[in-house]
Design a protein around this ligand. Structure first.
Ligand code: F3S
Length: 285
């Protein structure tokens, strides 16, 4: 039984970097708190908790002597300043792709221009970005929300890092009806999500069964599931190797494996190890 991995899978650059920053602080003996859950993967959260890492959700939970980590989504400059005034050390693990959006928004606001960000207004990344352009930023989910915007002054249009390109460009086009000035459009979508979906589709085309490792409630893992199911009916979303049913693998020659953007490598390795064991057992029968 051959096990084939997708060309792109698991941790994206920003999440991997954030986890590494936490690990480094731990190795230096610091008491580490994350401002919000660092990652949407229960198993990885448990592993970090066993090393003493706790997530806090409110500023007043920060204690003296603690190191607080800003997660990959970033926060508003106001929250960052408050964290710095309360914690012993603040580690900024904001993904550099998100930092870019924050800087672009801040620059436009400093020039007294409007900023329109295409994305989900409730997403922490969007709340953070808006804080960089106070009184100048609007967040719209898609083109259907553009009519509710006021008349815009020299607008800059940027995007949440994880939205669909089509939504972004359609919205940017609609925004042109809201101003007499030139519209500056900068695509700030990160390719990690799309790359994982493209690689999953390619994988599902050449195998008989696919295992996607990821949280059942993780939206990017659910998307990988939908993408793979289109090409390979026998696709399973599993959180750990314990969910693999050996009977599903009987007679299978090629197994595909991929993982959501919050799934750590150690969990992926466990699944591969289990698949190898099952393959060997089935061969002996
Ligand atoms: Fe950064 Fe893209 Fe991941 S923005 S956190 S590398 S999905």
């Amino acid at each position: 039984m051959e096990i084939i991995l997708a060309k792109e899978y698991g941790f994206c650059f920003g999440v991997e970097r954030a986890v590494e920053m936490v690990e480094k602080a731990l190795s230096e003996g610091e008491t580490v708190r994350t401002f919000g859950p660092l990652i949407h993967n229960q198993q990885e959260i448990k592993r970090l908790e066993s090393k003493g890492v706790k997530a806090i959700n409110e500023l007043n939970e920060v204690q003296e002597g603690e190191t607080v980590v800003i997660r990959a989504h970033g926060v508003t400059p106001q929250i960052e300043a408050e964290l710095k005034s309360k914690a012993s050390r603040v580690i900024d693990a904001t993904c550099p792709f998100v930092t870019r959006v924050q800087r672009l928004a801040a620059r436009a606001a400093a020039q007294d221009r409007h900023v329109v960000v295409v994305g989900n207004p409730e997403h922490p990344e969007m709340i953070g970005v808006k804080g960089y352009a106070p009184n100048h930023a609007f967040i719209v989910r898609d083109a259907s929300e553009v009519p509710s915007l006021p008349k815009l002054k020299k607008p800059l249009v940027v995007s949440q890092t994880t939205i669909k390109a089509q939504t972004f460009f359609e919205t940017a086009e609609a925004i042109k009806t809201k101003t007499d000035d030139e519209v500056e459009v900068i695509n700030t979508i990160c390719s990690a999500t799309r790359d994982r979906q493209d690689a999953a589709r390619e994988l599902a085309e050449k195998v008989e069964i696919v295992y996607i490792i990821g949280g059942k409630h993780s939206s990017n893992s659910q998307k990988l599931l939908a993408v793979c199911k289109e090409k390979c009916e026998k696709t399973f979303l599993i959180e750990t190797e314990e969910e693999i049913n050996p009977e599903d693998l009987r007679g299978v020659r090629r197994v595909g494996v991929t993982a959501g953007a919050s799934t750590p490598n150690w969990l992926i390795e466990k699944v591969i190890q289990r698949l190898k064991e099952i393959g060997e057992q089935l061969e002996k029968q």
